[in-house]
Design a binder for this molecule. Structure first.
Ligand code: SF4
Length: 63
């Protein structure tokens, strides 16, 4: 599974709080980034939850 974050990220850092192992806030770009190319299996569920909860609908999941 892959996850990407679009430029519509509003930087509220909700995903970072939910799963700091995967999501990191980039102070230069003012948006969150995904630390993995391929999401580790044991983190897939929480990444799906972050995508569902993202208020900007900025996280795209690719299976
Ligand atoms: S939850 Fe969505 S809007 Fe908030 S920082 Fe993460 S990607 Fe950006």
């Amino acid at each position: 599974m892959k996850a990407t974050i679009s430029k519509s990220c509003m930087g509220d850092r909700n995903c970072n709080k939910l799963c700091p192992e995967v999501f990191e806030y980039n102070e230069d770009q003012l948006l969150s980034i995904v630390k993995f190319d391929e999401i580790p299996k044991h983190l897939e569920a929480v990444v799906r939850r972050a995508a569902a909860e993202c208020g900007a609908d900025a996280i795209t999941i690719e299976e």
